[in-house]
Design a protein around this ligand. Structure first.
Ligand code: TRP
Length: 333
């Protein structure tokens, strides 16, 4: 039987080139081997953005469009919106009894994110909500509602997946029923692109990304103003020269060559000329994708129809799952 993949994103803004190399390209590749579900996790996005619901709802269509610009084969890949599947909420509630609050607080991903929140809100964690603390539980429901086996994620999300595995192992053990297949995280092999300011993360809120939807001119302007250092050579030394190495990495990715070859290619080029060339290569690399994306922007009814088809397909799977869950738990009436 074909293995099932579930992966997805929080819709908080349009996707950027870090997402592209980290996860989007592999989604296209999965089609050959797996049945794939891509979730637009709007409810999860609300755990951080409950006071900005319109930011999330606007991003839902943008993220859908970014995914569809990959020219996915829609007979193999299903794109859907989390909030349209009520069974995910139902499973979340049932799973919430199978994990302790202490275990959630110990999750390394959650711990890091709580630290970030402390800094952002300037408190000692009082602002952490029930919804936020529990997002690994609802993410487990995202995965299990379609009974997925493989979950491609970045390394920072691995502890969330591991916690999900514990939850379903407990479910299967307690209710003596193999409703859920074992699942595991699948780490992306793509190297991580940093923000153009050298920050460890390319992130909308830090204003340091090149978006997939950016124009050639926007891309050039952003790359021109990317942070460099006071050296004058292009090398790949991520530990000591993160900013330059990040640009060299990006150059190697859009030219589809190894970084070592990229470094050789770039010997003697000045930073200014390099940035011009890099921007041009990035633009060439994304030309087809951006054209396809633009086509989709002009066909919002098509994007909506794809999401509606996804909703219907996932609802069917989800109801099958819930029947098995209710039976296993003895809560069928
Ligand atoms: N938490 C993931 C992120 O922040 C997004 C996500 C939501 C997800 N539900 C998922 C990823 C299910 C994989 C599977 O990137």
């Amino acid at each position: 039987m074909l293995k099932t993949i579930l992966t997805g994103d929080r819709p908080t803004g349009p996707l950027h080139i870090g997402h592209y190399f980290g996860s989007l390209t592999s989604r296209k590749a999965f089609e050959k081997e797996y049945k794939t579900f891509i979730i637009i996790a709007d409810i999860q996005a609300l755990t951080d953005n409950w006071d900005e619901t319109s930011k999330v709802s606007k991003a839902v269509l943008e993220v859908a469009t970014d995914n569809l610009a990959l020219s996915l084969d829609l007979s193999k890949t299903t794109l859907f919106i989390q909030s349209q599947i009520p069974q995910i909420a139902e499973l979340t509630v049932l799973f919430s009894n199978l994990v302790t609050i202490n275990r959630l607080k110990r999750n390394p991903t959650i711990k890091t994110e709580i630290e970030q929140k402390k800094n952002k809100f300037g408190d000692s964690g009082e602002s952490v909500t029930f919804g936020f603390l529990g997002y690994p539980v609802s993410q487990t429901a995202d995965i299990t509602v379609v009974r997925a086996n493989l979950v491609p994620v970045g390394i920072d999300q691995m502890p969330v997946i591991e916690q999900g595995v514990e939850i379903i192992e407990k479910f299967n053990r307690l209710y003596k029923n193999e409703v859920f297949p074992h699942f595991e995280g699948k780490l992306s092999t793509a190297p991580k692109i940093l923000g153009l300011d050298g920050n460890a993360k390319m992130s909308k809120s830090l204003g340091n990304c090149v978006y997939l939807k950016d124009s050639d001119e926007e891309t050039l302007a952003k790359i021109k103003s990317a942070k460099t250092d006071s050296g004058n050579s292009l090398t790949f030394e991520p530990e000591t020269r993160p900013e330059i190495s990040n640009l060299v990495l990006l150059y190697s990715l859009v030219n589809e060559i190894d970084v070592e070859i990229a470094v050789k290619d770039l010997v003697g080029i000045q930073y200014g000329a390099f940035k011009q060339k890099l921007a041009q290569d990035v633009n060439n690399y994304f030309r087809e994708f951006r054209e396809k994306r633009m086509e989709l922007v002009n066909k919002p009814e098509f994007v909506r129809q794809v999401l509606e088809n996804g909703r219907q397909k996932v609802l069917q799977e989800a109801e099958k799952t819930m029947q098995m869950v209710r039976q296993a738990m003895g809560i069928e009436y």
